[in-house]
Unconditional design. Structure first.
Length: 398
């Protein structure tokens, strides 16, 4: 998806907000329909049946009929795809959407003349019921655009993303393999000793965010002041998100250009970042510490980095078993939990090898992917029981 900054006028923005509301309403109706399904009951309606029901609803309600049908039908199409992903085991079950969160809609059957360039830095796209909406022409628009998605983030910024599959980056054909160890203290470490860190907010921005959060907690619900503070908080958070995405794009492009094979750990990030809150009957332990660890993992961009690597280096990304990669000495192959002296230092208890813990793990990942993993002396090979690394050290890094 090639995303561009949309620049609607106030009048156009009002119509775009209505389109987002229609798409959210139809999506939530579909979620509610499937929420009533239980084993033994009649199956929930599919996409075709929901489209027929949408036609009946548009005939009865004028406010729904005022919006373009393509926006509402594509919301049902997106829901059908989300349910397919859920049953396929790759995504969570679709949930209700809230106003101001995940706002957007999709337009299909785009004609060649619906996207045009006005000047050097300005383009226009035709949106149903809105007309020509300007966007910043920051780079060439892909040829043969058939659909696009309009989105609005929490900070109130509008974007348009044209659906296009870019060509993958060709391999350098040097025969080199790299292992990427993802961590909390260091977002990514390479066998060469290079440490990569995802950018975050600056110290002054973190201090301002803390002040805004305190002000937000004191503000009265529904007040104008609370809305202004909420927008200010969202602007800081999207700034951090933009920096992280920019870092992921640059890092993934650099790795795809430099190495033929890119090895990463096969991590269950969704499970690793699950809340430890528990239930009323069985409350969790160290909930706040686990929440801090979850935030640190998500702020490092683990999942997005691998996703973009698979896009840019298609067929060249290898996922290896993560067990014992951080407890194995790359010099002698000995596996021992005591070799992990701290979060950042590795000292082998067998041969005395000293190295950065993340760099040592990255080398093990590289060797495993290349088929040169060293068997442990007197221990288990890479692929034995699940690695039980001490979590208390990770909890200190937030």
């Amino acid at each position: 998806m090639s995303r561009y900054r949309l620049q609607p006028t106030p009048a156009q923005e009002q119509v775009l907000v209505e389109h987002c509301g229609h798409a959210r309403y139809v999506w939530n109706l579909a979620v509610e329909q499937h929420a009533y399904w239980r084993p033994g009951r009649q199956s929930a309606p599919g996409f075709a049946e929901q489209c027929r029901q949408l036609t009946e609803a548009r005939a009865e309600f004028a406010w729904l009929r005022a919006g373009p049908i393509v926006v509402q039908q594509q919301a049902l199409k997106d829901f059908a795809q989300a349910m397919a992903n859920f049953f396929g085991g790759t995504h969570r079950r679709p949930a209700f959407r809230r106003r101001g969160r995940g706002e957007g809609f999709r337009i299909v059957a785009v004609k060649p003349g619906d996207v045009r360039r006005v000047s050097r830095n300005v383009g226009e796209v035709r949106v149903p019921k809105v007309g020509w909406v300007r966007f910043r022409w920051s780079r060439p628009v892909p040829d043969g655009v058939r659909s696009f998605r309009v989105t609005r983030d929490a900070a109130g910024r509008w974007h348009v993303a044209f659906a296009a599959i870019p060509d993958p980056i060709p391999a350098p054909c040097t025969g080199e393999t790299v292992g990427v160890d993802r961590g909390v203290a260091a977002s990514a470490a390479l066998p060469t000793g290079q440490i990569l860190n995802a950018p975050t907010l600056r110290e002054t921005e973190k201090a301002r965010l803390k002040r805004l959060l305190r002000k937000f907690a004191r503000a009265k619900r529904g007040s104008h002041r609370r809305g202004k503070v909420k927008t200010a908080i969202a602007r800081l958070k999207v700034r951090e998100t933009d920096r992280r995405k920019d870092w992921v794009e640059k890092t993934s492009t650099d790795l795809a250009r430099r190495f033929d094979v890119i090895a990463v750990e096969d991590l269950n990030i969704c499970g690793m970042t699950r809340s430890a809150k528990g239930t009323l009957a069985e409350p969790g332990r160290n909930v706040r510490q686990k929440a801090g660890l979850n935030r640190a993992i998500l702020a490092s961009g683990w999942g997005l980095l691998v996703t973009r690597l698979e896009h840019k280096a298609a067929g060249r990304v290898v996922k290896v078993d993560p067990r014992y990669t951080s407890q194995t000495c790359n010099a002698c192959g000995n596996i021992a939990a005591g070799s992990r002296e701290s979060q950042s230092r590795f000292g082998c208890v067998a041969c005395g090898w000293q190295d950065d813990a993340d760099v040592n793990a990255a080398r093990n990942i590289r060797d495993t992917a290349a088929g040169h993993a060293v068997a442990a002396r007197g221990g288990l090979p890479l692929g034995g029981p699940v690695n039980r690394e001490p979590q208390r050290d990770l909890l200190l890094v937030r």
